[in-house]
Design a protein around this ligand. Sequence first.
Ligand code: BES
Ligand code: MN
Ligand code: MN
Length: 453
Amino acid sequence: MQEYIEKNRDRFLNELLDLLRIPSVSADSKFKPDMLKAAEYVRDRIAEAGADRAEIYETEGHPVVYGEKIVDPALPTVLVYGHYDVQPADPYELWNSPPFEPIIKNDRIYARGACDDKGQFYMHIKALEIMLATGTLACNVKVMIEGEEEIGSSNLGTFVRKHKEMLQCDTILISDTSIIANDVPSIETGLRGLTYVEVEVVGANRDLHSGVYGGGVANPINVLCEMIASLKDENGHITIPGFYDKVQDLSTSERAALNAAPFDLEEYKKDLAIDDVAGERGYTTIERTSVRPTLDVNGIWGGYIGEGAKTVLPSKASAKISMRLVPDQNDDEICEIFTKHFESIAPASVKVKVVPHHGGLPYVTPTDSVEYRAAELAMEESFGKKPIPTRGGGSIPIVALFEQELGCKSILMGFGLDIDALHSPNESYGLFNYYKGIETIPLFFKHYAELKK
Ligand code: BES
Ligand code: MN
Ligand code: MN
């Protein structure tokens, strides 16, 4: 296997670079033709790898790519999931090289999507090729690569329900998360859920002269800021009634295990150029970013932001707010209690509107399952070290739905690093991580097939 990787090393990389050249930004309709181009590229590479079939399925939104190789119906089946869509590259001026013209620098691939998730799901297509070329594939493989993960996978639920039979599997394997460090392999055993809302505060029926009316009429920006500020107390605790009702508290030993993972707070601060961290009192940074829920403003606007000064009392102000959720919080329920609370704290001088965006449920996977064990053995073999279980802070909304609809747990065997700058300018992915993933995935299939016997 290693020999096959060595022999095809450059091609494996060049194929990924070609994929990274396609600006498949799902959020922006300007890139719609590129979405199809990316889907076709992925389909063709799955076919070339030797799959029995590889197809594009249209949805109400961006297409889904599906392929499969059924070796023997009696063997266990692994469904590989990934996403070919990427986040917008904006702001472009902060990139050191154009986001859709990948370059290799210091053994890293720089491009939007390099790690999230093109570089990571493409490892699976190369692993499939290797296993088929070397006659070592001991499982059936189904591959589903979607195009709407970064916008909430809102059409994928329907797709999964419609194609339940086709997607039937024994476990789901996903590379779309991170490890602690290249010499500290880890496996994420949880993801946070998400409730995302947009709020609008409206005062007078028009923008007003801030001298003539100022002091006598509510300023929606001031009001919005006060309302947002009141959503957390001085301990960083969220004040929405009922918000924590379903939050599972970890036991002392679970907390100890979580905090035993290597983590250097000084390095963390240095990397982010901050003098101190912030968050909920009584919890460590690891806990705050994984097993505790959050509430964050993602964007806020209103009033005059052009050049110079304009003395105006704006009629509207808006914000986008995300809440990361943990078991057993439910995204719809949290959306409802947020809305109720937000409306209740609005003064009579303004009107408020809350518009829900996409959401998703939190997820945890046990570490005593056959599939977790297979991932652990695979990483131990390729990294030379047993991976540590961690809890991730990000969200992959479809993972909880997979469990509901397909009755399967997902294994989050990701290979990214925090320094990969996902969603940020200058996203990158280490060549070490790309090839290590390609090397590890066939080992997962090998161990999984053996353990399932
Ligand atoms: N791959 C990420 C999620 C992730 C990153 C999980 C790192 C764990 C570690 C995924 O593409 C992502 O960005 N998800 C969004 C979900 C949202 C758009 C519904 C997120 O977490 O913001
Ligand atoms: Mn991703
Ligand atoms: Mn992402």
